[in-house]
Design a binder for this molecule. Structure first.
Ligand code: UDX
Length: 447
């Protein structure tokens, strides 16, 4: 009989995983402790913007006309325990308030709510990003608190999905990593992932700590790549070089590669910043803090980019105070194709300039509602043209396609002064200059 799957936590990760499991042919029950989220999902609506996710949900959510009916939702842990053979844990692990360490309370409370209902054999599979050592601790907790005892097993299966590509990354991941302690867990997970594995996705079996570390190591590497190129941008600023050409040139070396070498205002979001900090905190607890002190530098290079963007804007306005100046900001989300503004460099820059007295107007294709909630005192506009109206300088801070497709001539008629600062090195300087704009990008003082 086909495996029955549950997904606990229906945020970016969980909602996507649940829909993907239904797409792979399994019966799926999703759980969240927030009833409003469950009500939305039951109607086939997604609580966030993620390309393709709503379509995939509507294809499978029971009760929606024409759907497979394989995907249902609940808020009841007893129902989840009775339903599933494999339980995926997809709750978030944010940064703790005032500390580097990550907050494990959602993971712990999900396990605590599930365990007492596990009366028969079950596999609980953690997907959340956790400090190394958590799987070992949680396996012990499960064995002690589930009525099924040792038959309630744990595995760790980190998730690598990128926001904006969540559906694609979940259905066709570039690798599947499973940390297991026994053959039964591995066999069950091979069954769950049979379709992508048959299509060629590598399946890497490890122990618990390695599986947990793969995720934090991958994100640390990505963060390091971005901060490396941003450090080169700083040197290019000082030396009169061009970081975009530099990235292109070193990227031809396939040991280095072109990806994740776009200099600009740096990384943000709900993962990279908090993951490298939690990794440092955990290494400290393990007595291995020296191994990761470089991540402190990666973090500070990254945070410095935001300040440098503010300085570029100040210079563009003549070098004096921001007071009374009008600044247009294109982009609020931490990356394009997402409505996520968590630790967004764009919003951070907008906020800093606003707090220094400028009149800042922000426009973002999908992030307006979240941005408003987080930073209600900024000005918001319904379009790029409206944001730019009468502005003394325009800041391009999130590389949405919509902004690359703007007509600089048309936009120029709205702007007070034709000066654009590209905080993402994503616009074509030629096109903007042709329309009479002064174009300036980070790490390319002369480009
Ligand atoms: C990341 C990892 O990529 C993913 O594998 C993991 O599961 C979760 O964390 P995500 O947070 O969606 O995914 O964003 P990502 O695409 O990695 O971008 C992170 C940040 O880096 C964004 O703010 C982006 O704008 C920035 N970035 C990316 C750069 O500044 N330069 C680059 O060259 C690439």
């Amino acid at each position: 009989m086909a495996l029955k799957i549950t997904v606990i936590g229906t945020g970016y990760l969980g909602a996507t995983h649940a829909a993907a499991m239904a797409e792979l042919g399994f019966e799926v029950l999703g759980l969240d402790v927030v009833p409003e989220k469950i009500e939305l999902l039951q109607r086939g609506q997604v609580p966030m913007y993620e390309p393709g996710l709503e379509e995939l949900l509507r294809k499978h959510v029971a009760g929606i006309e024409g759907s497979s009916g394989r995907l249902r939702f609940t808020t009841d842990f007893a129902e989840v325990a009775a339903f599933g053979d494999v339980h995926f844990l997809c709750v978030n692990t944010p940064q703790k308030h005032g500390e580097y360490a990550c907050d494990m309370s959602y993971v712990d409370s999900a396990i605590a709510s599930l365990a007492p209902h596990l009366h028969g054999p079950a596999l609980v599979v953690g997907k959340s990003t956790v400090p190394v050592g958590s799987a070992d601790r949680l396996a012990g907790y499960l064995a002690a608190h589930a009525p099924a005892g040792a038959d309630a097993e744990l595995a760790w299966n980190p998730e690598f999905l990128r926001e904006g590509f969540a559906v694609q990354d979940t259905l066709r991941p570039d690798r599947i990593v499973v940390g297991v302690r026994g053959e039964r867990a591995e066999k069950l997970l091979r069954e769950v992932y049979a379709t992508p594995v048959a299509a060629g996705t590598p399946f890497v079996v490890t122990d618990f700590p390695t599986a947990e570390l793969v995720k934090t190591a991958a994100n640390s590497f990505l963060a390091t790549k971005i901060s490396f190129i941003n450090a080169m941008a700083e040197v290019c600023e000082a030396a009169g070089g061009d970081v975009a050409r530099l990235a292109e040139a070193i990227g031809y070396d396939d040991r280095i590669g072109r990806k994740f070498l776009r200099a600009g205002i740096g990384f943000g979001g709900g993962c990279l910043p908090k993951d490298i900090r939690a990794f440092m905190a955990r290494a400290g607890e393990l007595g291995a803090d020296q191994a990761l002190t470089f991540l402190r530098e990666i973090d500070s290079i990254n945070m410095r980019q935001r300040g440098q963007m503010v300085e570029l804007a100040r210079q563009a306005l003549g070098g004096g105070p921001f007071l009374g100046k009008r600044v247009a900001v294109l982009g609020a989300t931490f990356k394009p194709d997402s409505d996520d503004v968590r630790d967004s460099p764009a919003l951070n820059v907008a906020g800093q300039i606003h707090l220094q007295g400028a009149q800042v107007t922000v426009y973002d294709p999908k992030g307006m509602a979240n941005a408003r909630r987080l930073f209600p005192t900024l000005g918001y506009a319904d379009s790029a043209a409206e944001a730019v109206r009468g502005a003394d300088v325009v800041l391009h801070l999130t590389e949405w396609r919509e902004f690359r497709e703007l007509d600089p001539e048309e936009l120029g008629r709205e702007a007070g002064v034709r000066v654009i600062l590209d905080g993402r090195n994503a616009l074509d300087p030629e096109i903007w200059r042709k329309a009479g704009w002064t174009y300036r990008a980070m790490g390319r003082p002369t480009a």
